[in-house]
Every structure is written in C-alpha cells, then in structure tokens.
Design a protein around this ligand. Structure first.
Ligand SMILES: [Zn+2]
Length: 154
C-alpha cells in the first residue's frame, strides 16, 4: 500500500507531524497568521510543538493587535520557538503549516534539520534557494488536507 493509496490506514511521519503542527497553529494568538511547527527525532518521536506568538510571559493589550505591520517585529515565528526545544543534530524532520520564511529556513539549516515539510506556500520566502543550496529536502504536502479528511471520514 503506497502513501497515495486512498484506503491506507496510517499517516506517514511527515503527515503525522503536519497534523500536530496544524493543531499547534490553533493555539497561536496572532489573529492574522497562525503558524504551527513540529520537530521529529530520528526515532520518530515528537520533540516538541510550537506556534508563532509573543515572547513567553508577555501579555499584549487588545490594541497591540490593531497595527498589523507594527506588531510583526515582535512576533516570534513558530520555527524560532520550535528550535528553542532541541539542540543541533537531534531532529530528523520539521513540519510547518506555512513555508518557513528566509530567516527561519536559515535557522533550521543551522540546527541541522535535513527535511522540512510545509502546507501553505509563502511566496516571499527564499527557503527554496536555501534548501537547494544546502541539499535540504523542502517538500510541500499538497494533498495534506484531503488525507486528513479521508481519515476523519473513516
Ligand atoms: Zn520565520
């Protein structure tokens, strides 16, 4: 049974990571863009989940969210928060609900991540060039929503 067989009964590791990343994204306090990320180690164990948001312990006033451009510099990206959970070389793959931005792709590279999966495109990102240059697998899970829907339908 292949990964594309509609009757299969088990998620692949990238799909499993993406499903968890999706749930993590729901926890984001950012009303404009909710991003989740998950790291999996070489024994297929979940190292951690993360989402984009403000620094831990900081409580923003409701007005903080009114200016979308001004708040951008304060938002810690999901991948930044994720990389605070592991050390270099301990992670096999990372799944992000949105393609990593340029600086997050650089950081995943610095942490030795060799496989990165994403769901939503982020055209402004130069992640593709970085991944290509450093021979990192950067793969979009295009059929991810359909796969999960199929499992939910039983
Ligand atoms: Zn980023």
């Amino acid at each position: 049974m292949s990964d594309t067989d509609p009757k299969r009964t088990r998620l692949t590791m990238p799909e499993y990571a993406m499903a968890l990343a999706h749930v993590a994204s729901l926890r984001s306090e950012d009303p404009y863009r909710k991003v989740g990320a998950v790291a999996i180690d070489f024994d297929n164990r979940v190292i951690g989940t993360a989402y984009n948001g403000l620094a831990p312990g900081y409580n923003a006033s409701p007005e903080f969210w009114h200016d979308r451009d001004d708040r951008r510099k304060y938002m810690l990206h999901a991948e930044v928060n994720l990389c605070s959970l592991f050390t270099r070389g301990n992670v096999k793959l990372v799944a992000c609900t949105t393609k990593p931005c340029t600086s997050c792709m650089q950081m995943l590279c610095a942490y030795g991540v060799r496989e990165v999966y994403y769901r939503d495109d982020y055209p402004e990102s130069e992640a593709d060039a970085i991944a290509h240059r450093y021979s990192i697998q950067l793969v979009r899970l295009t059929d991810y929503p359909r796969i999960i829907a199929g499992f939910e339908a039983g």
